[in-house]
Design a protein around this ligand. Structure first.
Ligand SMILES: Cc1cc2nc3c(=O)[nH]c(=O)nc-3n(C[C@H](O)[C@H](O)[C@H](O)COP(=O)(O)OP(=O)(O)OC[C@H]3O[C@@H](n4cnc5c(N)ncnc54)[C@H](O)[C@@H]3O)c2cc1C
Length: 400
C-alpha cells in the first residue's frame, strides 16, 4: 500500500486518472509547488502500452518541451510540415508549415508521452497509485472533498482541496456531479474506425487522408518502422470479421492512386474498432471538482484533437490552481470552464468538419452529399484561404 498504514491521507489536489491529462496536470502542479496524488484504475504496463493518439499540435510540443518532458520526443518524434488529402485517385498536399508561419505537427505516440510523464513524476517522488479500485468521490459540495478507494485489501481516503477528474469518457468523476449540474451536447456518427498498428515502414513520409467511395482511409505512422492505418467501418462491425488480409486489401483499394503508388503491407501488431462521437459537457466544473480531457469532451479522431485538448485543459487548470495557492486569487479557477470551452468548441467544429468532409454516409440522398464533399475537397486544395483554414486548425490555434 502506498500510504503505509495510513487510512486517511491529505493532499492538495487529488487527480483521478493517469492518462495524458492527469499525468500532465500532476507534472505541471509539481513544478509550481502544488502537491497531488494520482489514482489510476489500471496497472502501469497497461497504461504505458495503450495505443491511441499520436499527432501533436505545435502548442502541445512546445509545452512538453518547456516543462522538461520533451527530450525523448525531440529525438524520436517525427516532425511533419504537410499532409495529403486524397480523392478521385489523386493526392494533393496541404503545406501546413508554409500556410501557418512555420508551425508543424509532431508524430509521437500517446503511450510514449504517458511513459515520459510517469517517469518524470516518479523520478521526483510523485505519487501515482496504479490499480486503485472502487474510486468514489464524496463531500463534493464542500471545500474539503474526499476520494475513497481500495488498493489490494486495504481501503483509504484522500482529503483534498480540489479533485481533478482526468478519468476519461467512462470515468467516475463526471457521473459524480449532481443531476442537473451539467448540460450534455452530443452527436454519434453512423460509422466507426478500424485502426491497426503494423510493423512496416510507412509507405509515405506524410499522413494521407483519403476520401473514397468505399469509405474513408488514413495512412499514418508512429516511427520509421511502425505504420498506423485506419479505415472507416460500420459501428457494429466485429474485429473477428476483419482478418489481416481483408484489412490490407481494403486499405490498398482506398489508398490507391492513378499513378501506380502502392501500399506496403506487413505484420499487424494491434487492431481495434473505435466508435465515433462528438461530446461536450458544460460547465467543466462543479464547485471544487474540475473535469479535464476526455472526461469533459470527446471528438471524432479525424481532426487529431483528443489528446491535444486534454493537454490544453490541464495547462489552464494548473495555472489557475497555482495562482490560487500562490496568491489566493480565484478568478482563473472561476473562468476555467469558459476558457477551456472556447478551444474545445473550435476543436469540436474542426473534427466534425473533417469527419463530414471525408467519410462515406450510407444515407446519402442520391449522391447529394458526395457531390458536396468533392466540391469541398477541391476548394480546400485549390484555395489558399481554405487550405490555410484547415492548416491552422490542424497544427493548433495559438489563440482561440
Ligand atoms: C480507443 C481510442 C482510440 C483513440 N485514437 C485516437 C487517435 O487515433 N487520434 C487522436 O487524436 N485521439 C485518439 N483518441 C483520443 C485520445 O486518445 C484521448 O482524447 C486522450 O486519451 C484523452 O486523454 P485523457 O487523459 O483525458 O483520458 P484517457 O487517456 O482516457 O485517460 C483516463 C485515465 O483514467 C483512468 N480511469 C478511468 N476510470 C477511472 C476510475 N474510475 N478510477 C481511476 N482511474 C480511472 C483510465 O484507466 C485512464 O488511464 C482515442 C481514444 C480511444 C478511447
Amino acid at each position: 500500500m502506498l500510504f503505509e498504514g495510513a487510512r486517511i491521507v491529505r493532499t492538495q489536489v487529488a487527480i483521478i486518472g493517469a492518462g495524458p491529462a492527469g499525468l500532465m496536470l500532476s507534472h505541471l502542479l509539481h513544478q509550481r509547488g502544488v502537491e497531488s496524488i494520482i489514482l489510476e484504475s489500471r496497472d502501469r504496463p497497461y497504461v504505458e502500452q495503450r495505443i491511441r493518439a499520436g499527432v501533436l499540435e505545435q502548442g502541445t510540443v512546445d509545452l512538453l518541451r518547456a516543462s522538461g518532458v520533451g527530450e525523448r520526443m525531440a529525438r524520436e518524434g517525427l516532425i511533419h510540415h504537410g499532409l495529403y488529402l486524397q480523392f478521385d485517385g489523386q493526392r494533393r498536399r496541404i503545406a501546413l508549415s508554409d500556410l501557418t508561419g512555420g508551425r508543424a505537427i509532431t508524430v509521437y505516440g500517446q503511450q510514449e508521452i504517458v511513459k515520459d510523464l510517469i517517469h518524470a513524476r516518479l523520478a521526483v517522488g510523485g505519487q501515482i497509485l496504479f490499480e486503485a479500485e472502487d474510486v468514489r468521490l464524496s463531500a463534493i459540495d464542500t471545500d474539503q472533498p474526499r476520494v475513497s478507494f481500495r488498493h489490494g485489501d486495504e481501503a483509504a481516503t484522500i482529503e483534498c482541496d480540489v479533485i481533478a477528474g482526468c478519468d476519461g469518457f467512462h470515468g467516475v468523476c463526471r457521473p459524480s456531479m449532481p443531476e442537473g449540474a451539467l448540460r450534455v451536447y452530443q452527436k454519434v456518427y453512423p460509422f466507426a474506425w478500424l485502426g491497426i498498428l503494423a510493423a512496416v515502414p510507412p509507405s509515405t513520409h506524410e499522413l494521407i487522408y483519403a476520401y473514397h467511395e468505399r469509405g474513408f482511409a488514413l495512412h499514418s505512422m508512429r516511427s520509421p518502422e511502425l505504420s498506423r492505418l485506419y479505415i472507416q467501418c460500420r459501428p457494429d462491425d466485429q474485429i473477428e470479421a476483419w482478418p489481416d488480409e481483408r484489412i490490407w486489401r481494403e486499405l490498398g483499394a482506398r489508398l490507391a492512386t492513378d499513378d501506380g503508388w502502392t501500399l506496403t503491407a506487413g505484420p499487424i501488431l494491434d487492431k481495434g474498432i473505435t466508435t465515433m462521437r462528438s461530446f461536450v459537457v458544460e460547465p467543466m466544473q462543479y464547485r471544487r471538482l474540475f473535469l479535464a480531457g476526455d472526461a469533459a469532451h470527446v471528438v471524432p479522431p479525424t481532426g487529431a484533437k483528443g489528446m491535444n485538448l486534454a493537454i490544453a485543459d490541464v495547462r489552464i487548470l494548473a495555472e489557475a490552481l497555482a495562482a490560487w495557492y500562490e496568491t489566493g486569487r480565484t478568478d482563473l479557477l472561476e473562468s476555467y470552464s469558459a476558457t477551456c470551452l472556447r478551444r474545445v468548441w473550435r476543436a469540436e467544429h474542426f473534427s466534425w468538419w473533417m469527419t463530414s468532409m471525408l467519410h462515406r454516409f450510407d444515407d446519402d440522398d442520391e449522391g447529394f452529399q458526395q457531390r458536396l464533399q468533392l466540391s469541398q475537397l477541391h476548394y480546400v486544395c485549390g484555395s489558399r484561404a481554405a487550405a490555410t483554414s484547415l492548416a491552422e486548425n490542424y497544427v493548433g490555434l495559438e489563440q482561440v
